[in-house]
Design a protein around this ligand. Structure first.
Ligand code: GLC
Length: 732
C-alpha cells in the first residue's frame, strides 16, 4: 500500500483538522439497520423464521418491505467511516452525504463479503484452492474486484485464509483448506488479484485477511468455540497464510471471534500489535468481526462496553464493526485519560491511508457507465467462472472407468440439487443473479441429448419412490447429484455428523438396486465422511459449490470434454469421528498401524479416506527417478513424470519435506511446493523443485526461527500419501 508524499501530507492535514468525535467516527462501521415496516421487532421476525413459524419466502417478502436506517444523520456528523452496502445508487447517495454534507467531506469506504465472486460467482475457496492454479486464483479475484467496484464496493472482506483441519466446522468451505503452504499461495494470489491492478480505481479493491487468527482450530469444530494450541503449532501453521499475505501487501485484516489461549483476538495486543503490526509490519487497518467487540464481555474478558472499547482500541483494533461501542464510549475514554489520543490518531491514520490508497478522496462515486457495465456479464467473466469451476472438480473414484460417459447414453439425472440455481452458488455469495446461473440439469442437457431428470429426493425431505423406479427404468446410467444445501456449510453451520445428510444414502442404495451403474456427483461445502459411498458407489465426483457455471463444468467433466484436474485441499475422513484429520501431523511415538498399541481407532481406518492432494484423472501418471541434492543454499530435487494413459491430462506434482529429527517434533510431511503440468498421452517431463534452505526451518514456542542440521526426507508425488522419497543430510 504505497502512498505518495502528497497523499501522506493530505492525511496529516486532515488529522489536524478533525475533532475527536470525527476521528472516532472513522473507526465506526455500520450496516443498514432494520427499522421496521412490519408489526413485530426484527429480532422476533428472525426467531419466527428460525423456528418455522414463517417460511423463508414469507420472511423475504416481509423484508422486501422493510424500512432500513442507513445512518444518514450520523454520516452528516462524520460518525460513519464505513458501511456495508452493495447497491451503487444507494452507495452514491450515501457517499454524497458524506462528501457534501459532513464538515470535512471524508469519503466512506463501502465493504462487503465478496468471498468467491461478486456477480460472476466462482467456486468456493476450498474448491478453488484444489485447482492448485495460483494464476487462476488471481484472475478470479481481479474479476471480482472489477465487478464490485462498479457497484461501489471498494473493500472485500476476503480472502478468508484460515487453516482448517476439522471438517465439522462449516467455515472450511470459505478457506483454502488444511495446508499452510497452499493457503499461503492462495492468499498471495488473492491479494495480487484484488489489489494490484492500480491502472484505474475501478480495477482494484482493498483486501481483508480473515479471520485473524486461529479460528479454524475452534475446539471440536464447533463454530465460535475456544481455541487453544501450542504456539509452535500456531506459528508454523495458522499464522503462515497471514504472514504471506501481509508480505504480499494486504491492506486490511479482520480479527477473529475466537479467543486464542484465553485472550479474544479482538482485544489481543500480542496478536494485533506485537505480531501483526510490529513484527510483520502490517501497514493497514484492523477491523473487528461483526459485534465482536461487545462479545468480549460475553467471553469474560471485559467488564462492559467502555472496558471492551478501551481494551480493543489499545490492543490495536482500528475499526468497530457493528456495535457502535467506539462512537459511544471512546470520546469519554480519551477525555478521562483512560485512552490516549495517540491510539486514536494511529487508528484513524491507518483508515485514512487505505481510503487514500483506494482513490476514494478523488473518485468517491460510481459512474453511470460503471453501473451499467455488468448488467449483462461479459463472456470473458462467464468463461472464467466456468474455467475455475472445471479446474476445481476432483475425481475421487472411477471404478471400471465408467467415466467419462458416452454422449449418447441414456442418462437418468437424479437429485433436487441438480435443478437448483441457488444451491450451486455456495456460502457467502451476496450479489449473484439467477439469470447468470446454469444448473447441472441445464448443463447436462447441453452435453447429453438423452438425459432425463428425476428429482427423487435431496438433502432434506422424503424420497419419491415412483421417480426412483422411473429413473432406474429409463437410464443406462444414473447420475445422482447429492450432498449439502448451501445452508449446511459456511458460518454457524458446524455439524456433528458429516455423512451425506437426510435420506440421500437411502436414495443411493435404492438407485444401486436398479442394477444401473451409478455416478455420484457431490455438491457440498465441506469434506464429507464417505466410507459407505466409497465402498458401494462405482464413480464419485467431488463437485463442491462451483458458482454460476457449475452446470456446464460438471457436464464437461462427465462427458470427458474436460479431463478432471482438481486435487483435494482438505482431507476427507472415512468417518466423522476421525475429525480433525490432516496429512501434516506429527508422527507420535506409536504411529498408527495394524498393531493394537499404536495411535489408531478400533472402529475406523487409519488416516483419511481421501487425503490432501488426492485426485484422479481420465489418464494415468507415473513418477520415476527422483533425484535430490544439496547445494550451498538450496536442496534441489527433480523427478520424471510420464502420462501412461491414452489421453492428455494435467497433473499437480507435489513437493513435500520432513525434518526427521529436531528440537521440536515436526510433521511427517510439509508441503513446500507444487507444479501443475500438462502431458500428452505418452509424454514424459522432468519436474524440478529448488527449496531454499532458509525455508526448511520452523518456529519454536518463543517464535525463534530454527534451522537445525540433520536428516531430512524429500518427497515428490501425486498426493500427500503417494510419493517417492529420498533422505538427505542437510547442513545450514
Ligand atoms: C460475519 C463473518 C465475517 C464477515 C462479517 C461481515 O460474522 O464472521 O467473515 O466478514 O460477519 O459480514
Amino acid at each position: 500500500m504505497k502512498l505518495t508524499e502528497e497523499q501522506k501530507k493530505r492525511i496529516e492535514e486532515l488529522l489536524s483538522q478533525m475533532t475527536l468525535e470525527e476521528k472516532i467516527g472513522q473507526m465506526n462501521q455500520e450496516s443498514p439497520s432494520i427499522v421496521g415496516g412490519f408489526d413485530v421487532p426484527f429480532e422476533e421476525l428472525i426467531e419466527m423464521m428460525t423456528d418455522g413459524r414463517i417460511s423463508k419466502e414469507e420472511f423475504g417478502r416481509i423484508m422486501a418491505d422493510a424500512k432500513q436506517d442507513y445512518h444518514e444523520d450520523d454520516i452528516r456528523k462524520g460518525l460513519v467511516g464505513s458501511l456495508m452496502v452493495q447497491d451503487p445508487v444507494k452507495v452514491n447517495e450515501l457517499q454524497k452525504i458524506a462528501i457534501e454534507e459532513s464538515r470535512l467531506g471524508i469519503p466512506i469506504i463501502f465493504g462487503l463479503d465478496v468471498i468467491h465472486g461478486f456477480r460472476s460467482v466462482y467456486p468456493i475457496a476450498i474448491a478453488e484452492a484444489g485447482s492448485f492454479d495460483t494464476d487462476l486464483m488471481e484472475r478470479t479475484a481481479a474479476m471480482a474486484a472489477k465487478e464490485s467496484r462498479a457497484a461501489g464496493v471498494a473493500w472485500h472482506f476476503a480472502p478468508m485464509v484460515d487453516v482448517a483441519r476439522d471438517a465439522r466446522w462449516g467455515r472450511v468451505s470459505e478457506g483454502p483448506g488444511e495446508d499452510p503452504y497452499l493457503g499461503s499461495q492462495f492468499a498471495r494470489a488473492k491479494i495480487r488479484g484484488l489489489q494490484n491492478d492500480q491502472s484505474s480505481p475501478e480495477n482494484y479493491v482493498a483486501a481483508c485477511l480473515k479471520h485473524y487468527v486461529g479460528y479454524g482450530a475452534c475446539e471440536s469444530g464447533r463454530d465460535y468455540n475456544t481455541v487453544s494450541m501450542a504456539m509452535h503449532v500456531f506459528y508454523n501453521n495458522y499464522l503462515k497464510p497471514f504472514e504471506a499475505a501481509v508480505d504480499e501487501g494486504a491492506c486490511t485484516v479482520m480479527a477473529a471471534f475466537n479467543d486464542l489461549n484465553g485472550k479474544p483476538c479482538t482485544v489481543n495486543k500480542f496478536l494485533l500489535r506485537d505480531i501483526l503490526k510490529d513484527s510483520l509490519g502490517f501497514p493497514g487497518f484492523v477491523v473487528s468481526d461483526a459485534n465482536a467487540i461487545r462479545e468480549c464481555i460475553v467471553h469474560g474478558a471485559c467488564e462492559d462496553d467502555m472496558d471492551a472499547g478501551i481494551q480493543a482500541a489499545q490492543a490495536g483494533m482500528d475499526m468497530d464493526m457493528g456495535t457502535e461501542i467506539y462512537v459511544k464510549n471512546l470520546k469519554e475514554a480519551v477525555e478521562s485519560g483512560k485512552l490516549s489520543m495517540e491510539v486514536i490518531d494511529e487508528a484513524v491514520r491507518r483508515i485514512l491511508s487505505v481510503k487514500m490508497w483506494l482513490g476514494l478522496f478523488d473518485h468517491p462515486y460510481v459512474t453511470e457507465e460503471a453501473m451499467k457495465r455488468y448488467e449483462t456479464l461479459p463472456v470473458e467473466h462467464t468463461d472464467l467462472a466456468r474455467e475455475a469451476a472445471e479446474k476445481s472438480i476432483v475425481l475421487l473414484k472411477n471404478e471400471g472407468n465408467i467415466l467419462p460417459l458416452d454422449k449418447n447414453a441414456k442418462i437418468s439425472l437424479v437429485g433436487s440439487l441438480a435443478d437448483n440455481k441457488e444451491e450451486i452458488i455456495g456460502a457467502w455469495a451476496m450479489s449473484w443473479q439467477e439469470k447468470d446461473c446454469v444448473t447441472i440439469l441445464d448443463g447436462m442437457k447441453e452435453e447429453f441429448p438423452n438425459v432425463r431428470y428425476f428429482e427423487c429426493g435431496g438433502p432434506e425431505g422424503d424420497l419419491n419412490m415412483n421417480e426412483i423406479l422411473a429413473a432406474g427404468d429409463y437410464g443406462d446410467v444414473i447420475v445422482a447429484v447429492l450432498g449439502e444445501l448451501v445452508s449446511m456449510s459456511g458460518e454457524a453451520s458446524s455439524k456433528a455428523d458429516i455423512t451425506i445428510p437426510g435420506r440421500q444414502r437411502e436414495l443411493l442404495e435404492m438407485l444401486l438396486t436398479t442394477g444401473r451403474p451409478v455416478v455420484l456427483v457431490l455438491m457440498n461445502g465441506r469434506p464429507l465422511a464417505l466410507s459407505w459411498e466409497s465402498q458401494f458407489v462405482p464413480a464419485i465426483v467431488e463437485g463442491w459449490h462451483l458458482g454460476i457455471q457449475m452446470g456446464p463444468a460438471v457436464a464437461h467433466v462427465l462427458s470427458g470434454a474436460v479431463n478432471p484436474e482438481g486435487r483435494l485441499s482438505s482431507s476427507f475422513p472415512a468417518m466423522t469421528g476421525q475429525c480433525p484429520v490432516y496429512y501434516n501431523h506429527p508422527n507420535t511415538g506409536r504411529p498408527g498401524s495394524k498393531s493394537k498399541f499404536t495411535s489408531r481407532y478400533l472402529d475406523a481406518p487409519l488416516g483419511a479416506l481421501y487425503p490432501f492432494g488426492y485426485g484422479l484423472s481420465y489418464t494415468t501418471f507415473e513418477y520415476s527417478d527422483l533425484q535430490v541434492k544439496e547445494t550451498e543454499d538450496t536442496v534441489e530435487a527433480c523427478i520424471k513424470v510420464k502420462n501412461t494413459g491414452d489421453r492428455s491430462g494435467k497433473e499437480t506434482v507435489q513437493f513435500y519435506m520432513q525434518d526427521v529429527a529436531a528440537s521440536l517434533v515436526r510433521p511427517v510431511k510439509e508441503m513446500k511446493g507444487f507444479e501443475k503440468i500438462s502431458l500428452e498421452a505418452g509424454e514424459e517431463k522432468t519436474v524440478s523443485f529448488s527449496l531454499a534452505k532458509k525455508d526448511m526451518g520452523f518456529y519454536d514456542n518463543e517464535r525463534t526461527y530454527r534451522l537445525e542440521d540433520g536428516k531430512f526426507r524429500i518427497f515428490i508425488g501425486k498426493s500427500s500419501v503417494d510419493c517417492l522419497m529420498q533422505e538427505i543430510e542437510v547442513q545450514f
